[in-house]
Design a protein around this ligand. Sequence first.
Ligand code: PGA
Length: 254
Amino acid sequence: MKKNRKPFVAGNWKMHNTLSAARTLAIDVRERVGSLTEVEVAVCPSFTALATVVDVLRSSAVGVGAQNCHHEAKGAFTGEVAVDQIADLGCRYVIIGHSERRQLFGETDAGVARKVRAALDGKLTPIMCIGETLQEREAGRTFEVVLGQLDGGLASVTSDELSRLVLAYEPVWAIGTGKTASDEQAEEVHDRIRQRLREKHGAVADAVRIQYGGSVKPDNAKGLLGQPNIDGALVGGASLKADAFAAIVLAAHQ
Ligand code: PGA
């Protein structure tokens, strides 16, 4: 049973869409799910399109997030973007520690923890991603890896702050591969994550939304999102098509 957790579906557009394509997609998303309030919905475009997409979605219920941030407030960090700069645009969220950033850009748990801290201090909702690789799963290390990333990334987060944070469990082997974790495989890890939060922080663990991510599509969304500890989805590929994204959002509204 889901206890008082509003489902949250976010689209991670990754490095896709020119400005005009982003505007069109945002308009299409607004038309389909812009007035839905039972599910929290957000889209996360590239930095270049954030201001435009915020503008398109301003009077709708759909929020906007960035895909990354820097942990420092300002300074000589060429090419980086600070939390305040993102919040100032009207964004509410920031994805932190996505597996592509961990694998391709060398992000560590310690770095993720600094960014989570910065996001919370800057009044953005962090969507902190964790997940094991296929090799780690096959070696029976899924819980060790996922809980290690969880503890590492939340190192400075207090129990009071915990409910302001969103987690995304994304098995790396399911991202962009078309292979999804089965409903049971996903629920097993979500349940274990929540148990760990409960051990460390008590009852507030029941207020934390844990999204599932990794090849979520309209046809598998209902099964995944119906699991007791899965509170929404972080959607990559399928979020680039407004119809598919809307179908996933509607599946969360069940
Ligand atoms: P996918 O991506 O839905 O394309 O697998 C998910 C993600 O990377 O957040």
